[in-house]
Design a protein around this ligand. Structure first.
Ligand SMILES: [Zn+2]
Ligand SMILES: [Zn+2]
Length: 274
């Protein structure tokens, strides 16, 4: 069974298309996981627009969308996800910690409401199935594709995911803030022995001290967690828009020098796990 991830958007906060962001990319969070015959979209940042066009070209008619949370950089590509407007397609959309706000459907419909967006959610002709759950739950997307979740430390909450398929494990852990010197036990449990950890590395440790309370972490903390949990590989992710290509190249060198399992996520990058 094939198990792979492709990065369609790697930024946090806001999209940053500019000549200084062409190497690593300017779209916000969106990943495509292929797990056997299942397609899983992780987050619906601006990267989902290109992914949607690719789905139309490849005639992908069914996918799961797992949202970490609903801050703009993780959902505001959704109204531009063209397959959502096409008939004879099914998308199962899941998010945690939104039940008391009316659920994930209400939140996605809200961002497509007047007067901030002219096309309401009801215009989407695909079959959209919404499921709310609690961070910490486990569920199966299909036989052989297991998902475990954990709550993250982030304003308004966020959910970390562990997807297991073909004997391998991929973890998606963004957005989250660490406490220096106190490894997050819930994250350590989630990523234990994982083959790939995609982690919120918005800042460097040096920048972090002036961003305490902003809800994000660092590539150095990512490495500390991966090493402590016996994970095999790290993808540095959720790049700050102010981190232009030259800066990210420095991060890539420093992270690799610190731990040879580290790599920096960039748009179009694909990692095959099985
Ligand atoms: Zn974010
Ligand atoms: Zn966030």
């Amino acid at each position: 069974m094939s198990f792979a991830v492709e990065f369609w958007g790697v930024r946090g906060s806001i999209a940053c298309p500019s000549p200084r962001h062409v190497v690593y990319g300017g779209n916000t969070s969106c990943l495509e996981v292929t797990a056997g015959d299942q397609r899983i979209i992780l987050d619906a940042g601006t990267g989902i627009r290109d992914l949607g066009d690719s789905f139309l070209k490849r005639d992908v008619r069914q996918a799961h969308l797992l949202l970490t949370h609903v801050h703009w950089d993780h959902i505001n590509g959704f109204p531009f996800f063209a397959p959502g407007y096409a008939a004879n397609r099914t998308f199962e959309i899941r998010a945690a910690h939104l039940s008391r706000l009316g659920g994930v459907r209400e939140v996605l419909a809200g961002q497509m409401g007047q007067p901030t967006f002219p096309v309401p959610l009801e215009t989407m002709r695909a079959r959209l199935e919404f499921q709310d759950f609690d961070a910490g739950d486990q569920f199966w997307l299909a036989p052989g594709v297991k998902v475990s979740t954990a709550p993250l430390n982030h304003p308004n909450g966020a959910t970390g995911y562990r997807i297991e398929c073909a004997g391998k494990a991929l973890c998606y852990v963004t957005d989250t803030e660490h406490v220096p010197g106190v490894p997050d036990q819930r994250i350590l449990s989630l990523i234990e022995g994982a083959d790939l950890v995609i982690y919120d590395c918005t800042y460097t440790d040096e920048e972090f001290v002036s961003h305490v309370g902003w809800g994000h972490s660092t590539w150095q903390e990512a490495i500390r967690l991966c090493v402590a949990a016996g994970a095999r590989r790290l993808a540095v992710f959720h790049h700050d828009p102010s981190h232009e290509d030259a800066f990210m190249a420095d991060v890539e060198r420093s992270a690799r020098d610190t731990w040879d399992g580290a790599t920096v996520a960039r748009e179009s990058m694909r990692i095959q796990l099985a």
